[in-house]
Each structure stands twice: as structure tokens, then as C-alpha cells.
Design a binder for this molecule. Sequence first.
Ligand SMILES: NC(=O)C1=CN([C@@H]2O[C@H](COP(=O)(O)OP(=O)(O)OC[C@H]3O[C@@H](n4cnc5c(N)ncnc54)[C@H](O)[C@@H]3O)[C@@H](O)[C@H]2O)C=CC1
Ligand SMILES: CC(=O)N[C@@H]1[C@@H](OP(=O)(O)OP(=O)(O)OC[C@H]2O[C@@H](n3ccc(=O)[nH]c3=O)[C@H](O)[C@@H]2O)O[C@H](C(=O)O)[C@@H](O)[C@@H]1O
Length: 449
Amino acid sequence: MKLLGLNREEVKRAFKEGEFTVAVYGLGKMGLPLAAAFAEHGANVIGVDINEKVVESINSGTNHINEEPGLSELVERNVKAGKLKATTDGVWAAKQADVMIIIVPTLTDDRGNLKLDPVYDVAHKIAKGLEKGDIVITEATMPPGTTESLIPILEESGLKLGEFGLAHAPERTMSGTAIRDITGQYPKIVGASDEKTLEAVIGIYETINKKGVIPMSSIKAAEAVKVFEGVYRDVNIALANELALWCEEHGLDALEIFKAANTQPYCHLHMPGAGVGGHCIPIYPWFVINLVKKTNPRLIKTAREINDFMPHHVVELSIKGLNEVGKSLKGSNVLVLGLTFRGGVREFTKSPAILIIKELKEWGAKVYAYDPVCTPEDAERFGVEWKEDFKDIDAIIIVTDHKEFRDLDLEGIAKQVRNKVIIDGRNVLDAEKVIKLGFIYFRVGRSHS
Ligand SMILES: NC(=O)C1=CN([C@@H]2O[C@H](COP(=O)(O)OP(=O)(O)OC[C@H]3O[C@@H](n4cnc5c(N)ncnc54)[C@H](O)[C@@H]3O)[C@@H](O)[C@H]2O)C=CC1
Ligand SMILES: CC(=O)N[C@@H]1[C@@H](OP(=O)(O)OP(=O)(O)OC[C@H]2O[C@@H](n3ccc(=O)[nH]c3=O)[C@H](O)[C@@H]2O)O[C@H](C(=O)O)[C@@H](O)[C@@H]1O
């Protein structure tokens, strides 16, 4: 059932009656919830992934994304109902599908250079199965202008743009709330190659998202919306970090001040911390920085530098904290709590723990680690020993805001450790309670007990 040329009401009817097939390329933290949501709302869905284990697991009705409440039931129900299947064959999927959605990683290398190979790989496969009237949608966060860079690849199909539709509809959600967000937490941003495509894509997303659609004037404008959301966050986190460093110098507690300042309607100071990880927020600013000719993105570049300084600052705090008990890092046993980039999500991309552990070891500390969503094998990947107790520890460094760390048994820990030093890199503990138990307690924005 080709959607190009239908109005949004006809698309919604076709959607609900299962008259068309959606191929979702990339079945990860975002792609699988999206595929399951489409199937749940009536579409026939073919998921495509290069990871055979992912494909097998989905075809057996099993969800491999642990941090997504509600996803397992959706996957099981829709696989059983024959509404959701998975394959590694991206060409075959394109031949079956009327809508092809690209939601594979869009990354940069350590120097911020774009790495869009997965997107181009998928585009080449889609081109081999593209038919007249099909619609290709990028949902991955794309550097503005890059969705349209797929046109020559897609035209390898022999079709010209206009005979197929192209759109960008960025995924706006977070791990842990993907199903909720995909089906109606925020309006869906959509930009398309022409009016017909826009009309059909509005129909598609109005079917699964009860918050509706915000149509943009172009594909590039839609790409910029999502990227700017991420840049806003990175720059504001950098502001919080810079003000926190100032507070440390002035013997102030940044959190106390931020909390009061944020009672003002125009003030939204973010949370200072151990750094900015993940494959979103530290990446998206490069999509702007690397796409300039005249503009000098000074603020965005400086924000990146400030945020990338924070893992080092956490090590500085651990040196100060150990000094308070007459110890140096060299020869101390340090327990890092948290390997992932943020709480509740098992994702290591640009996790601050990587740099923190590297620097602690360079200073001669014996480094241990524990993370509630990880395994001892993950700790080995970081080159540290997994440790589930606090015996003989001289300093504890909290690097990830897992909810488990908010309820640490501080009284029990105080009896186990060799020295009482806690560096709270994610502000998860109650300072007064920790200090009352005799700990030296520092956090980003507070370097006094
Ligand atoms: N993780 C998040 O919170 C959010 C991510 N996004 C965007 O969604 C996109 C995907 O992110 P995640 O789902 O978190 O990534 P992920 O790493 O969890 O999953 C990516 C999946 O794509 C597969 N894949 C990689 N290359 C492929 C290829 N050439 N063909 C088919 N499959 C391929 C991988 O095997 C993996 O299963 C990214 O562009 C990201 O910017 C958008 C909003 C939120
Ligand atoms: C603008 C925005 O809020 N983007 C969200 C972000 O989600 P993500 O999973 O990357 O988590 P995040 O809460 O932004 O955290 C990123 C990193 O920044 C750190 N962080 C976060 C907030 C803060 O005030 N201070 C801080 O240091 C976190 O510890 C983490 O290391 O990126 C997602 C994405 O685009 O992939 C996006 O969908 C999410 O809504």
C-alpha cells in the first residue's frame, strides 16, 4: 500500500487496518521501542539490524533492551501476532516495506568528525528495494543537511526524489521512557521533501503519537530542532559546571545556590557533575561545530571543553579528599561507583568513568569498580577489578547517578572502609548525613566538608 499521495486521514485508516508495512533499520534502545510501537498501532513491521543475536532474540519474542519498561510485553505480543519480525536483510525488508525508517547510531570520532557510515550503509540497502510511492524517514539524530545527502544514494534505485518521499522525524525520547515518549509525551517534529510526503508522514505519526506533529518548513529545519535541543543541554550543563567550579573556590555549595536561583522563572541551572557522556549530548554539538563556514561556534566549543574537563576535576577532588586523611592517590584503594554514562542505562559511550579510571591509575591508585547495571566483565573492559563491598577502601567516587547509589548504606560503609572519603560526582548523597558519619565529602561545586 503506497502512502505517497494519500491524505493524513487515509493514511491513518490504512495504518490502523494494517494495510502497510514499515521497516525500521536499527533495533537498539530507540529502534526496538519504535518498531514495537508501530506494530502495536496496526502496522506490519520488519525490523532490520546487523546484529544477528538481536534479530534472533526479537524473532523469539524476546526484548534485549533491559532498561525499557513495557517493551518486553510489546515485543512478545506483536511477534506472536505476526505484526513484528526482524531480519539482517535490509534489502529484502526495503522490498516489502512502504515506509523505511533509519534509526541507527549517528556518531563522531574523538575529534568530533562525523561518523555516519551506518546511515549510508542503510541508505544503500534501501535503494536496492525502493519502489515508487515509498517514503524514507530518518529518525536518528542527523547533522542538519545530512538527510538530504542520502538523495543521490536513494536515487541509485533508478527513482527520482518525488517518485519517493524523504523526511526527517527525530526521535525525542530517553532510555527508560521511550514507549511513553514515542506514543505521546512530546509533539513529533517532521520535515519532508515535498507536500505529499509531509501529508503522509503527518498521518503516520498522528497515528502513534497522541501529542500530534509539528511540521517544519524543511528537512534541514527538522534536523536542526533535535540538534539544538542537545546543544542547549550541553551548553547549560557547561554553565552549571563552570559556576560550580567558582563555588568551590569561594567555599560555597553550588547545589544550594542553584536550587534557590531556579525558583526564578527564567533560571534553569542544570546539574554540575563528573562530565557529559552518552552518544547524544557530547556528540550533537559537533554537528553544529563541524558544519560552519563563517560562524565561529565559540560558545558551543568552549562548553564542550568545560564538560570534558570535569572527569579530570573529579580526580582533583579525590586528591584533595585523600589529602584530608593524609593519603595520596598513589597506594590508595579507590572504588568507582558507576561505569555507565548515566543512571539506569547500560551505555558506555564517552562515559566519564573511562577518563576518571584512566587518570586514577596514572596517579598510582588501585582502582575497583561496581555498577548495578553492569557485570564484572564490563569492569575488566575498563581495566579495573569488580568489587561489591567497601572493605579496605580509602576513597569512594560516585560517577553515575544510578538510583541504587541514592540509598547506599552509609552506616555500614563507614564500618568497612579504611578511610572515609566520598567524592560524589553526581550529587546523589545528602551532604549533611554523610559528614555526620565522619566522611570527608566533596562534590562538584562543594569542596569543603
Ligand atoms: N539513546 C537515546 O536516548 C536516544 C537516541 N537517539 C538517536 O537514535 C539513534 C540510535 O540510538 P540508539 O538506539 O540509542 O543506539 P543503539 O546503539 O542502542 O542501537 C543501535 C542499533 O543499530 C544497529 N546497527 C548499527 N549499524 C547498523 C546498520 N548499518 N544497519 C542496521 N542496524 C545497524 C546496532 O546493531 C544496534 O542494535 C541515534 O542516532 C541517536 O542519536 C535519539 C533519541 C534518544
Ligand atoms: C535535550 C535532552 O534532554 N536530551 C536527552 C538526552 O538524553 P541522554 O540519554 O543523553 O541523557 P542526559 O540526561 O541528557 O545526560 C547526558 C549526560 O549529561 C550528564 N548531565 C545531564 C544533565 C545535567 O544536568 N548534568 C549532567 O552532567 C549526564 O550525567 C550524562 O552523562 O539525549 C537524548 C538523545 O537525543 O539521544 C534525548 O532524546 C534526551 O531527551
